[in-house]
Design a protein around this ligand. Sequence first.
Ligand SMILES: [Zn+2]
Length: 292
Amino acid sequence: MLAEMPGVVVLGELRHMWERGIGNDELCACSTPFSECPFWRSVGDRAFGGWDRLDVERVLWLKDTVDRKRRLTRTTRRRTPPDLRDDLLAYTGHYRRIYEAAAEVAGASVVVDSSKVVPLPMALSHDPAIDLRIAHIVRDPRGVAYSWQKSVARPEKEGESMPRIGLVDSTQNWVVHNMSMTGLRYRGVPVHRLRYEDLVRDPGPVVRDLWRGLRLPGSAELPLSDRHTITLNGTHSVAGNPMRFRTGETTVRPDTEWVGRMNARDRRAVTALSLPLLKRYGYPARVREVPA
Ligand SMILES: [Zn+2]
């Protein structure tokens, strides 16, 4: 949806580009392989003089060194030792060049990287040349756990499916991920929190609040044709949920399948494992109170 706003370019989950785009030449959201996509070619040329000039092994080594959950104890600090700082800036420099090149190629002033996990923005927060702002989207952890159990095909590769995660792991990830967001605030990064359920129920005002909350430039208006309908013109999202391939007139609506389909024992387990964060985000402990 954000890609439809003037002055915005979305890149998808850029953190996966090293392996999936450059490494495996998987499909861009424009349905061409990464190496053939004109957008990503231009970005690679501007950023590095071509993707083949880039030392991907080195980037992956740096990723392992500064961009993993287990590294957060070091990267969340306000002061970092010089050796760590060198690795952080070497790593984030790659992202900065890509963001700058993408903004130039698309003529955009806002670049959206939906990499999702906290270790990447924590690393990026050390680079003073990156004007980082975070949209923190939370979803009811019971809906998250239900969705992670579904089998979803990967359009990028025939016969492959999205990974599936069990209830306990999904809920642990949810708690750790959302708690880690506090670390970004601690490091002085502007964070605006919104709920998935509110966003899909009424996208216009929620995006307006997000835009103003993060003081982003340009119009704060989603080009909706009515309250729930938007025409998606396609993006060059490099990796992410299979819905990145969707184009055309699209109705935005909440995915509430779990409310009726998730069994009570599973629901109770996720509720117990996610309290009190669940309540802090305004989700009811008793699921039947969730409006369908
Ligand atoms: Zn493309």
